[in-house]
Write a protein that binds this ligand. Structure first.
Ligand code: HEC
Length: 199
């Protein structure tokens, strides 16, 4: 039986629960949380991560712009970055992202008008596409794959020619990730000697 993405998403927790039940019988310590954070359809599309808001928070940025030109977006833009907890646990011990790492960047429309707010920017419910960076040296040439999930739709890996790869490779301070902007991750990478301060 082949499951499409939505069906697979529906059955995963059931399969995981079955795993836990089976393992209880044989005293194995297997839990649902050990499912890899990245889940794919049979044709290699990444399922949109659903519970990333329960993951480990790395940073927020407001109106970040990587070019000399003004963005003229017509709205404020806030981004939030999260990493799956199991990979964060390993990163804390080594300063390196293990295979299986999934880092999600969600963009949100920021607003300054609302409730009692007089100045400054807060985040709204209005979310943009999810940008996802996945480390898997078996699956991706170069070790990492980029995805953009629209809504809850599965996403194809972006081709190596996509601008994401070049910018992250040239400027990401740790293994193509922007740890220079993640205040709790940066000191760990610096201490481990894997932080490229020139980026
Ligand atoms: C010109 C440079 C540039 C390009 C092009 C770019 N990014 Fe990034 N990306 C950044 C920066 C800077 C950050 C750090 C954001 C922050 O601090 O909030 C980042 C962070 C991320 C993160 C968080 C994980 C990490 O690797 O640090 C993801 C996921 C991500 N980008 C996805 C993408 C995708 C998908 C594309 C292509 C569609 C892309 N990026 C293109 C500069 C870039």
């Amino acid at each position: 039986m082949r499951l499409n993405a939505v069906e697979a998403r529906r059955w995963l927790p059931v399969a995981a629960a079955a795993l836990v039940l089976v393992s209880c019988g044989s005293n194995l310590q297997v839990t649902a949380t050990q499912l890899p954070a990245a889940q794919y359809t049979v044709d290699g599309k990444l399922l949109a991560p659903i519970d990333y808001r329960d993951w480990v928070f790395l940073t927020s940025g407001v109106n970040m712009n990587y070019s000399d030109q003004p963005m003229n977006m017509g709205h404020e833009m806030v981004d939030n970055v999260f990493v799956d907890p199991a990979s964060w646990h390993k990163f804390k011990a080594s300063g390196r992202w293990p295979d299986g790492t999934v880092i999600v960047k969600e963009g949100r429309v920021g607003s300054s008008k609302g409730s009692i707010n007089k100045s400054g920017i807060f985040q709204t419910e209005q979310r943009f596409d999810l940008e996802v960076h996945v480390r898997d040296s078996k699956r991706f040439k170069g070790g990492w794959g980029f995805f953009v999930n629209t809504g809850d739709k599965p996403a194809r890996p972006l081709p190596a020619t996509a601008s994401c790869y070049a910018c992250h490779l040239a400027h990401g301070a740790v293994d193509t990730t922007f740890v220079q902007f993640y205040p709790t991750a940066k000191p760990i990478a610096v201490k481990a000697g894997v932080f490229d301060a020139g980026k």
